[in-house]
Design a protein around this ligand. Structure first.
Ligand SMILES: NC(=O)c1ccc[n+]([C@@H]2O[C@H](COP(=O)([O-])OP(=O)(O)OC[C@H]3O[C@@H](n4cnc5c(N)ncnc54)[C@H](O)[C@@H]3O)[C@@H](O)[C@H]2O)c1
Ligand SMILES: O=C(O)C(=O)C[C@@H](O)[C@H](O)[C@H](O)COP(=O)(O)O
Ligand SMILES: [Zn+2]
Length: 368
């Protein structure tokens, strides 16, 4: 990958997303966004052995006299918990982190969400620099400032909006990403095409093989285009009062699946976030079609693309439709008046819809 790309996120907290090879070892870029004398690198048991030394060296080179500590937690969605969050705060306390300290979130979306939430809460808010190491984190979770942790009762139920100081995405780290995780990231990429860009959806169809094979050029292009879509939306609606909710396409079903399965992690058979969103988008498209919005052919087109990208599109066996529906009632889009879904109209267009009958949702789940 040779091209360097920058996407700016506007709004009350303006920041840049830098995308390109070798950025974890670039002290100049990070020196512009580093303050104070304390930095806590938050990472997981897979990523830290690969990349934490490199980042620590870069921090020292960027700023003389930096005190750098690490909080390394076990990998996996099952670890995105309040108890790990508390341990992360303890690590900030041990470091003696002052209000000008920086949290470095080095990892996938689990690390980005948890570390970002710790940064949001420590002394009521310190800087976080997102250094995403999965495709999913590069295209989605590192951007936009949603942070938080899961509860057994549901995904991301505790959290805060806390925009990063910067996002630094070193694309070379994708070479060590397991293929299953690469595919998971492609699900969120497809989401942007489905919801915002018919042209982009077509581009994804014509580059599906290259993307699934991890082609450098195709991935860099997909990351930059996804970040542009997300940056535009979160710049206009940072706190999800309106159109930002469209980024939740597929997530009402997807989050219910993740929680009902007990979350992905060591020894678990559960779908990971990207996979659950892939299934969720297919179900949302079918629900849209059952309501006379999207055509059945469009729903089928989405399913075929996701399958070509190595993603599941069927509900895992053994999940009870009623239990999934009950999970959806704790979705953050739900209101006292009932569920709200992001439904699909056609490629590039989706809407927030209230008043979908429970029976129709159950029909879609039973048929999946
Ligand atoms: N805040 C947001 O806006 C937002 C958006 C989308 C998703 N999310 C959240 O993100 C999470 C999913 O993120 P994810 O898919 O990145 O999962 P993840 O963080 O669990 O990472 C996936 C796996 O890849 C490993 N890994 C990461 N980078 C690697 C690398 N370069 N080389 C080798 N292994 C590597 C990790 O250790 C982990 O085992 C979910 O919790 C989801 O809710 C948040
Ligand atoms: O940034 C957003 O807004 C999103 O909805 C992006 C989603 O891909 C992401 O999974 C997010 O964490 C879901 O947010 P939630 O508010 O439904 O928990
Ligand atoms: Zn998501």
């Amino acid at each position: 990958m040779s091209t360097m790309r920058t996407v700016r996120v506007e709004g009350e907290r303006l920041y840049d997303i830098s995308i390109g090879p070798g950025l974890l070892a670039d002290p100049v870029r990070i020196s512009h966004v580093l303050r104070g004398r304390h930095a806590l690198i938050v990472s997981d048991s897979n990523v830290a052995p690969l990349y934490a030394d490199r980042v620590e060296q870069t921090l020292h080179a960027a700023r003389a006299g930096m005190q750098v500590a690490r909080f390394v937690m076990p990998a996996g969605e099952q670890e995105k918990t309040l108890s790990r969050f508390c341990q992360c705060l303890d690590a900030l306390a041990t470091l003696g982190a002052t209000r000008d300290a920086t949290v470095i979130a080095l990892g996938g979306g689990v690390i980005g969400d948890l570390a970002g939430f710790a940064a949001a809460c420590w002394m009521r808010g310190i800087d976080v620099i997102q250094m995403p190491t999965t495709l999913l984190a590069m295209v989605d979770s590192s951007v936009g400032g949603k942070t938080g942790v899961d509860l057994a009762a549901g995904k991301n139920l505790v959290g805060a909006f806390h925009a990063p100081r910067a996002v630094i995405a070193d694309t070379t780290v994708l070479r060590t990403l397991p293929p299953r995780e690469l595919c998971a990231g492609l699900a969120e990429v497809v989401k942007y095409g489905a919801v915002f860009g018919a042209d982009f959806l077509g581009w994804l169809e014509s580059h599906a093989s290259a993307l699934a094979a991890g082609d450098d050029f195709a991935l860099t292009e997909a990351i930059a285009r996804s970040c542009l879509y997300k940056a535009e939306v979160v710049s206009r609606d940072p706190y999800e009062h309106g159109e930002r909710a469209l980024l939740n396409f597929g997530h009402t079903f997807g989050h219910a699946i993740e929680a009902e399965q007990g979350y992905a992690g060591a020894g678990s058979q559960a779908l990971n976030h990207g996979e659950a969103v892939a299934v969720g988008m297919v179900l949302a498209a079918r629900l849209s079609s059952a309501l006379g919005r999207a055509s059945a052919a469009d729903a089928q087109r989405l399913q075929v693309l996701l399958q070509r990208l190595g993603l599941p599109t069927a509900l895992p066996a053994g999940l009870d439709p009623q239990a999934l529906l009950a999970r959806m009632r704790l979705d953050k889009k739900a209101e006292a008046g009932g569920l709200r879904f992001i439904l699909w109209d056609h490629a590039g267009l989706a809407s927030v819809v209230r008043g979908v009958p429970d029976e129709l949702v159950l029909d879609v789940l039973r048929a999946a």
